[in-house]
Design a protein around this ligand. Sequence first.
Ligand code: SIN
Length: 330
Amino acid sequence: MFRKITTLVATAAVSAMILTGAAIADPVTIKFSHVVAENTPKGQMANKFKDLVAERLGGKVVVEVFPNSQLFGDNKVLEAMLLGDVQMGAPSLSKFSRYTKKLQIYDLPFLFKDMKAVDTFQQSEKGQELLTSLEKKGLVGLGYLHNGMKQLSSSKELHVPADANGLKFRIMTSEVLAAQFQAVNATPLKKPFSEVFTLLQTKAIDGQENTWSNIYSKKFFEVQPYITESNHGLLDYMVVTSKEFWYGLPDDVRTEVKKALDDAILFGNQVAAQKATDDRQKIVDSKRSQIITLDDAERAQWVEVMKPVWKKFEHEIGKDMIDAAYASNK
Ligand code: SIN
């Protein structure tokens, strides 16, 4: 008798839940954490991804975007992803060295002459192979996103490598970037992106390297009187997630989320190309910072002193990989 009553009560409770909708599964939440402002290529790509997922998968998947290092800085986000505290991020390719040495290729100075060459390499077999280089560590590379070519900002005019002698530059956590600045007798300091403005403002460092979009959106140009248009390196991103999260999604949902992400990345890449021109111009118009362009002879000096860095990292990256990347300049 007691068992019969318990069964009846349980059945009634389940019916009530179904009627009130309480038994409907909660949507999957994707927390997307990044360190830049919302008006950057990455910020706009993440917001677009959120909108596309809401449009196409509304009710099943919800994307929450946390810009400006609100949730995690890039140095912590991958750890947090493996712990399940965040599901997606897009750290710069320079910030993966604890997980794979292969991606160091993207930090080699003067490897790519422009973004077209970067695109050619990233879409090639070898470039796509690098997206899987994090799998052993439990991470899945879902796609590349552009920001653009890096410039050198400084408290001093930089025309030739000797001008950088003795200066302190903030770098991302990359041994290649450290070697690049050591090659010009400067001191590299690994610091989080969120600290760069204050370090520049307080003159704790003399300079930094970044794209037009980051120099503009984080107001570095307001505290750096000179920017050398060196285009010496690349700042690109990899959109990543954890294997556990990604393969835990139902197949149809994963396929739709990936499509939304691919579309958002295409959009982000268009924003990146536009911002490389527009944000440079805004900095020129501000008259807060003088842009120094290099003539061929000056540029050749930077290439000559920085290019030997390639050899130093060849054993970790692979000569075949470097050759393939360099060939994409043709
Ligand atoms: C970013 O664009 O995500 C940050 C780049 C940096 O740390 O300089």
